[in-house]
Design a protein around this ligand. Structure first.
Ligand SMILES: [Zn+2]
Length: 222
């Protein structure tokens, strides 16, 4: 089995890489945000519980996230998948310990933890170029996917806006919070010999190739 965790700051592209690697290696892609959306949509007990927190704009407590993950991890062995990719969890070293307990109970082991590393300047460039259309929700990027007419939505002709979260000062603050929170987590996995830093700059394909190289190396060694 190949069991992976993807870490990386907002704007690092870790979610994109996690889903590409999952598809290529036939792994179950477990993104905690998607799992809760799914539970809420199906009106499960867990979904209802999680919704209370999400509605208030609060984080879902760890025990609920662990419970949700458990229900997904349980079906990995019988799903015909070769393992899993965790995306969006853990975020703290405490959560990593809880996850370890869960994996131990289930006799699952981690293969590798990837940290997608992108410079602050590049993240700001990626995120601050984002513009969204308030009426139809379409997302543009001034450099990578610009609208035909400056600042105007191609689809509905309304003016594009920049989300508060995508303004450089806010991005800087988000990155600071992210690094403070994940520093102990990164140390935790480094000490276990599981952590691999991947240079996340360049194209999606370039970053993917770097991850594949590490995976090949690990598999040759095992
Ligand atoms: Zn629009």
């Amino acid at each position: 089995m190949i069991n992976l965790i993807f870490l990386g700051p907002p704007g690092s592209g870790k979610g994109t890489q996690a889903s590409i690697i999952a598809r290529k290696h036939n792994l179950m892609h477990l993104a905690t945000g998607d799992i809760f959306r799914d539970e809420i949509q199906h009106g499960t007990k867990l979904g209802k519980e999680a919704e209370k927190y999400l509605k208030r704009g609060e984080l879902v407590p760890d025990h609920l996230t662990i419970e949700a993950l458990k229900s997904r991890l349980e079906i990995v062995p019988s799903s015909g998948r070769n393992g899993f990719v965790l995306d969006g969890f853990p975020r703290t070293d405490n959560q990593a310990r809880e996850l370890d307990n869960l994996l131990n109970q289930m006799h699952l082991t981690l293969t590798a933890v990837f940290f997608i590393d992108v410079s602050e300047d590049e993240i700001i460039q990626r995120l601050s170029g984002r513009r969204i259309c308030k009426s139809c929700g379409f997302v543009y990027h001034l450099v990578y996917n610009p609208p035909k007419v400056d600042e105007i939505c191609d689809l509905c002709g309304n003016k594009l806006i920049q989300r508060e979260d995508d303004k450089p000062d806010v991005i800087k603050r988000r990155l600071q919070v992210y690094h403070e929170q994940t520093k102990p987590l990164v140390v935790y996995y480094a000490e276990k010999g599981l952590l691999h830093f991947v240079n996340g700059s360049g194209s999606i394909e370039e970053v993917e190739q770097r991850i594949e190289k590490v995976l090949e190396f690990i598999q040759e060694g095992s």
